[in-house]
Write a protein that binds this ligand. Structure first.
Ligand code: GLN
Ligand code: ZN
Length: 766
């Protein structure tokens, strides 16, 4: 008897980002809606055929989205906020995209888009549903039916995927003015009839299975939430008795949610066996006879080949308990989080390519595992897999004894600056001679078309290295001059040589590989191409010293050296899975530490180590936070602590909601931290009124996400607000974030205003 194979979702962007191109063409008015829809249809068809041909039994539909699956759910149930002017009926494409991207003010109804936030602990961003206490729901889209029928017309039976009602409500928010004490789950009785209708319709079109994703089960839910789950699935069960319900959880253990989950009247449960290894035995033991188990053994969040030997052992024990008829084999989660196919990588060498599996290859792994389990695959498949697992384990490319020795030699003192902050401060004051409320920027200056063109010319070997470097020097010279004219106190070189803050460093370190086409959706049409950390990380030579030194040679003011921190490097890459992330973080930290030392030796007096991704690395469950925070803070300190007391270390984070991790932020022991704050002044006040941040801090006074140039007065007001909770001698004045996405026409006046605001605030005596 053969186990069924199951896939939870496939990447939507297309093998060559066809969706991105179609969307952007449509938004810019170059493509019609029909062309966009045709492009989307082609991607779906390719995806279904590929899955079918690979041998997947349960193939998803409705996993595709023109923008985001949570937004799709909002339109499915008619949760469209009033400002979009929707009058009922099916939600049209204009309204859909207005919710995603905002409606321009040129039309009569200007409306801000839905908020966007990270999908659990991934780098995918979803649009946050907005509810209000009188919220009603209506079926307002036919997408799941259309896509099911579209596949059916191709002769492919699919499993429609819906975001489960509990997660949908819990992922949403009730805007603050309506929210006092309002419980989103109280909307469940209003919501469920729509889900029931959807399910009945799917049943009537012939769907045999429907997959409900309840990712919130990876968080600790309370008893109200458990009751809601129970009542939701009981009702859904009754609504369409002929449809089999498959409940999908992923990204973590079920933990305390396990008993409730196992009592739900569903026909199958999917679990993430990669993220919840400790729970597997318990699930197998307690799974009721009425439930099948979709066993997610192939990592859907990473790009490594599966170790068949280990997986088969798990699968065999599952089969022994459940029997083949109750066991399905699957990736651990939707494959949305990995690139489409290795087929399109022509430049990776064969060895490295052998270690990798993208979405398409992962599905092949699922099918091969099923065949191996039933004894139907050629034993070669297993032998081959063993050989490549061994090649990775033993590869001298992946394992560098020198790096391992350096890691072993790390001593407690390496995490500590020589003196505590107050002593360092005195020395830094003497060395830097900055005014009070010193002004600075976060690092990058506008990345213009001209700059991108010069970089592209160099990449395509249409210009020499010397020409490119001369071009960069000219840019830096102009930028330094401009900052001097504007009157900033701590200057930067402008980061013109970087396209991306992780790729730039990864590209110069050992242990990193880059794909040509390894795109993953970040949100809507936006995709990222994370580097792959495949081996021990080291830095063969200085990475940024040349540019920092050049910039410093042009001015007497201090120039900040700009680096990306170890946690951000880790968080925005595909990370090797053969050692703990904390170990890889240490290796990255050592490499950055060497760079910091070289910058210092080259006469750079201030070094900024950016860690915008520190917060987003937080594990889903609070119980796992302390461990993460411990090793990530250690990694930062290891990177930052090898300098003299006189050298000032800055860090930067792109948010200021760190009420709950403020102790760890303080434990980084950076001399100065700059944070995003101009839009969330209240958050800032709240955090710093309750917590006396011990070192210096620069809450942003200019919202760089908007093209608007703030005036002097506004910025003075923000400085005043900050002065209420941060002592004057520890306050810096800076923008929210880097300026690379802004235009020079905005940057110059805004920075002039910022300097004027600091000057005027210096005269305030409060
Ligand atoms: N130094 C980087 C810049 O200015 C920081 C970017 C970030 O925090 N995301 O662009
Ligand atoms: Zn930032």
């Amino acid at each position: 008897m053969k186990c069924l194979t199951h896939n939870l979702g496939f990447p939507r962007i297309g093998p060559h980002r066809e969706l991105k191109k179609a969307l952007e063409g449509f938004w810019s008015g170059k493509l019609t809606e029909a062309t966009l829809r045709a492009a989307a249809k082609t991607i779906r068809e390719q995806n279904w055929r590929l899955q079918k041909n690979t041998g997947i039994d349960l193939i998803p539909s409705n996993d595709f989205s023109l923008y985001d699956h949570v937004l799709d759910t909002c339109t499915l149930v008619g949760a469209v906020p009033g400002r979009f002017g929707w009058r009922g009926g099916n939600v049209d494409l204009a309204t859909y995209f207005a919710m995603a991207r905002g409606a321009a003010s040129s039309t009569d109804s200007a409306a801000a888009p839905l908020e966007m936030t990270k999908w659990l602990d991934t780098n995918y961003h979803y649009l946050v549903p907005e509810f209000h206490p009188q919220q009603t729901f209506h079926l307002a889209s036919t997408k799941p039916f259309d896509e099911f029928n579209e596949a059916k017309a191709l002769g492919i039976e699919t499993v429609p995927v819906l975001l489960g009602p509990i997660s949908f409500l819990l992922l949403g928010k009730v805007p603050t003015k309506n929210s006092q004490g309002f419980d989103r789950l109280s909307l469940l009785p209003a919501l469920l009839p729509v889900y029931e209708t959807v399910l009945c319709r799917l049943e009537s079109f012939g769907a045999r299975w429907v997959q409900f994703d309840e990712p919130m089960l990876a968080l600790d839910l309370d008893s109200t939430e458990h009751t809601a789950l129970q009542s939701a699935y009981t009702r859904l069960r009754l609504a369409a008795p002929a449809v089999k319900l498959l409940l999908a959880t992923y990204f973590g253990e079920l933990g305390k949610n396990l008993p409730t989950t196992l009592r739900l009247p569903v026909n199958a449960l999917h679990i993430d066996a990669v993220r919840a290894p400790r729970e597997l035995a318990e699930v197998l033991e307690a799974l009721p006879h009425s439930m099948a188990l979709s066993f997610g053994v192939v990592d859907g969040r990473n790009v490594w080949r599966n170790d068949f030997t280990g997986s088969l052992k798990l699968l065999e024990s599952a089969r022994e308990k459940l029997g083949a008829e109750r066991l399905m084999i699957s990736p651990s989660c939707s494959l949305l989080h990995v690139p489409v196919s290795l087929k399109h990588e022509t430049k990776l060498d064969a060895e490295l390519k052998n270690w990798l599996a993208f979405a398409e290859e992962k599905l092949t792994e699922v099918v091969t595992l099923a065949r191996l389990l039933e004894g139907a695959a050629s034993p070669d498949a297993l032998a081959q897999n063993r050989a490549l697992v061994r090649s990775r384990r033993e590869s001298s490319r992946a394992h560098d004894p020198a790096v391992k020795r350096r890691c072993e030699k790390i001593a407690a003192g390496d995490f500590q600056r020589a003196s505590p902050y107050p002593a360092r401060r005195r020395l830094q004051e003497a060395a830097l001679r900055l005014p009070s409320l010193p002004t600075t920027t976060i690092g990058s200056f506008p990345q213009t078309e001209n700059l991108r063109a010069a970089r592209a010319r160099f990449r395509k070997a249409q210009s020499t290295r010397a020409e490119y470097e001369r071009f960069l020097e000219d840019e830096i010279r102009r930028c330094v001059q401009l900052q001097e004219e504007i009157g900033l106190d701590v200057l930067v070189h402008g980061e013109f040589e970087r396209n991306d803050m992780v790729e730039y460093f990864g590209g110069q370190m050992n242990g990193f590989a880059f794909t040509e086409n390894g795109w993953v959706q970040s949100y809507g049409s936006r995709c990222v191409k994370p580097p792959v950390i495949f081996g021990d990380v080291s830095r063969p030579r200085p990475m940024t010293v040349r540019w920092a030194k050049f910039a410093q040679s042009l001015t007497d003011k201090p120039v900040k050296g700009m680096l990306t921190g170890p946690i951000t490097m880790l968080q925005w890459s595909f990370v090797r899975d053969d050692q703990p992330r904390s170990e890889t973080a240490r290796q990255l930290a050592l490499a950055i530490r060497e760079e910091v030392a070289d910058l210092e030796a080259a006469g750079i007096r201030i070094v900024q180590i950016d860690e915008p991704a520190l917060r987003e690395g937080l594990p889903l469950r609070k119980a796992d936070w302390p461990d993460y925070l411990k090793w990530s803070v250690e990694a930062f300190r290891l990177a930052a602590s090898g300098v003299k007391d006189e050298t000032q270390i800055h860090t930067h984070m792109c948010y200021c909601e760190f009420n709950d991790i403020i102790d760890s932020i303080a434990a980084l022991d950076a001399d100065v931290i700059s944070i995003e704050a101009s839009r969330s002044r209240m958050e800032l006040l709240r955090t710093f009124a309750a917590f006396r941040y011990p070192n210096e801090i620069g809450p942003g006074v200019w919202d760089i996400h908007s093209p608007r140039v703030p005036n002097v007065d506004e910025m003075v007001q923000l400085i005043r607000a900050a002065l209420k909770v941060i002592p004057r001698e520890r306050l810096w004045v800076n923008p929210d974030c880097g300026l690379k996405t802004r235009r020079w026409e905005e940057v110059v006046p805004a920075l002039k205003n910022l300097v004027a605001a600091a000057q005027s605030a210096r005269k305030l005596n409060s």
